[in-house]
Design a protein around this ligand. Structure first.
Ligand SMILES: [Zn+2]
Ligand SMILES: [Zn+2]
Length: 127
């Protein structure tokens, strides 16, 4: 193969290779795209359901906490500095026995608050 032949061969190889690569990439992209769309669709559906379920379970809790915090910042509600259960200081959290009564708050330290929810519901939450 002389120089010109090699040049022609390389050009031909490049064109063929490029066409093959393009075809492969196009196919891969299309396959990948459909997989990706299906995956995203499934993921979003799952994620959406999780969010709806989570919000449904926690919306009252969040609302109560929001109203409570707003009341505290406006001076309508006085946050106690000691736990109503064990009379200790430290980090005190507002606990709602009834989320429909956001301003009826029991002030508990983190330990008592966690314990309270563990005893009541078998899980920690933030209200
Ligand atoms: Zn609570
Ligand atoms: Zn306590």
């Amino acid at each position: 193969m002389d120089k010109e032949e090699r040049k022609a061969y390389n050009k031909k190889y490049y064109i063929e290779h490029k066409a093959t690569a393009d075809a492969y990439n196009k196919k891969y992209y299309q396959d990948h795209k459909s997989e990706r769309v299906a995956y995203n669709k499934a993921y979003n559906a799952l994620h959406k359901t999780e969010i709806i379920v989570y919000n449904k379970a926690h919306s009252k809790e969040y609302k109560a906490r929001y109203i409570m915090n707003r009341a505290i910042s406006r001076g309508m509600l006085i946050k106690l500095e000691v736990c109503s259960n064990c009379n200790q200081g430290g980090k005190i959290e507002g606990h709602h026995e009834d989320y429909d009564k956001p301003l009826e708050v029991t002030w508990l330290c983190v330990q008592c608050h966690n314990l309270h929810h563990v005893e009541r519901r078998g899980m920690r939450h933030d209200g």
